[in-house]
Ligand binder design. Sequence first.
Ligand SMILES: Nc1nc2c(ncn2[C@@H]2O[C@H](COP(=O)(O)OP(=O)(O)O)[C@@H](O)[C@H]2O)c(=O)[nH]1
Length: 495
Amino acid sequence: MSAQREMKEKNPWPVTIIIIVIGVIAIVALVTVAVLQNMPLSQKYKYGIVLDAGSSHTALYIYEWPAEKDNNTGRVEQTHSCKVKGPGISSYASDPWKAGESLKECMKEAEMKVPGKRHHETPLYLGATAGMRLLNMENGSASDQVFQAVEGALQKFPFSFQGARILSGQEEGAFGWVTVNYLDDRLKQGLETTGALDLGGASTQISFVSSNYNGSESPSNSVTFRLYGNNYNLYTHSFLCYGKDQAMKLMLAQQTKSGPETILDPCFHPGYNETKSYSDLYNSPCVSNRKPQGAPATFTHMGRGNFQQCQEVVKKVFDFTSCKYSQCSFNGVFQPLLQGPFGAFSAYYFVMNFLNLTNTSIPLDAVRQKIKDYCATPWKQVMAQHPDVKVNYLQEYCFGATYILTLLTEGYNFTSESYSNIKFIKKIKGSDAGWTLGYMLNLTNMIPAEAPDTPPLPHAGYVSIVTLMAILLFILFLVSLRPLWRRCSKHPRII
Ligand SMILES: Nc1nc2c(ncn2[C@@H]2O[C@H](COP(=O)(O)OP(=O)(O)O)[C@@H](O)[C@H]2O)c(=O)[nH]1
C-alpha cells in the first residue's frame, strides 16, 4: 500500500498531462466558440431590381446586398445594368403593347443574373419620370394603357413585382440626392452632404442642403429626412420641360415662332442641314401651345455654330422676370443660396465628358472658349473626327454644352468660383448616379432613421481579446502548477 502511494507521489506526470490536455482542449474550445459565434454568416445575398423608365430610354438596374445586413448602409451595390433597346416607354403611346415587349430582353438578362432561388423574393420596381409625366398630362388614357402593358409584361417574370408608377419631380430629385450621399457614405457618417444635379431628357432636378433653408420659404421645395440619427432639410426642385431634349424644343420654338421654312441655328455646327417636321418639333406639351399658325409641314434646320448667339437664344427659354421669394433660380422658382459640393450626372456627364470638360478646375472662361471652338467646327469635320459616335448624340453636343453652362450659371447662379464645386459623375463606387438606388433603399426600408447599434468592439477586436485572455489564463494555469513541476523535475533525477 505504502509502496503504491509512494509511486503515485513520486510520479505525478499522468495527472499533470491530463490537466494540461484538458486545459488545452478547454482553451481551444473557448476560442473556437468565440470565433464561430462571431463569424459573419455565410454571405447570402439579397437582390432588388429597379427599372428607370426615362423619357429617352429605359434602363434596368440590379442591386445586391448581404442578406444579414438589410438595415445597414454602404453595402448595397449595383451589380448589373441593362439599357433597354428603343425609345422610352412614353414613345409607345400609339402602340402600348410594344412598351411591355421592349422590356423583355433586359428582364431575361435579370433572370439570368439573379440566382434562381432568390427570384421570388426579389422586389421589382418600375419608376417612370418626366417622359410619362408629359404623356400623362397630354393623354391620360394613353399613359394608363402604357402602364397596363408594362405591368402585364413585368408580372410574367418570376420576381416580386411591386408596381409601376410615375415619380413626382420632387421624388426624382430627392432620391437622386439620397443615392449620391448614400454611395459616398455621407449619410451614415453624418458628414456635409453633396448636392445633386440631374439633367434628364425631359426634366432637370437640383437638390441640396443649404443652412439658410429650413423649408419655411416655399415649402413645396422642401423634403425632410431623418437618416441614421441625422435630420436633413433638403431643398429640391424639378423643372419639367428643362431636360436636355425638351429644352432643345424650347430653344427651337424660339427660332420658329413665325413658322419659317429655314432657320440658321447658332446651336448647331456650320454645314449642318436637315429637314425637320413642325409637328414633330411641337409634339410635346412643353411647346405644343406655341406652334406657329399656318406653318409649313417642314423646315430646313441649318447650323451657324455660334456659341454666343446660341447662349442668347438659350437664355430666352428661362424666365427671369418675376420672383415672389427672397431669391429665385428662374421661372419664379425659389432657390436658397447654393452650398457645398455638387455631383452632376446623366446628360451633364454625357455632354461634358464628350467635350473633355469634366474637370471643373478649368476656369469657366476656358470652358466657354472650348465650347465656342467646338460649336464653330464644321459639321463635316465633327463627323469625320467622331465616326463611332451616334449622329443623334453628336449633333447635339454644341447645344447640350451651351445649355448646361447657361442653366448652371444663369439659371442656378453658379459663379466662376462655385462652378469648381461641381463634379461631373457617371458612377460612384460602381453604381450609377441617379434616383433608382435611393428609390429602392427607401421602399425596402434599408436606411434606418436612427443609427443602428454597433457592437462595442469590432469582430476582429473581439476575437483577438478572447484569444489573448485564453492564452494568459493558460499561462497562469501553468504557473499555478509550479510546485508540481519542481517535484516532477526532482524525481526523474537519477543520482
Ligand atoms: N451622349 C449621350 N447622351 C445620352 C446617352 N444616354 C442618354 N443620353 C441623352 O442624355 C439625355 C438624358 O438622358 P437620360 O439621363 O437617360 O434621361 P431620361 O431618358 O429622361 O431618363 C437625353 O437627351 C438622352 O438622349 C449616352 O449614352 N450618350
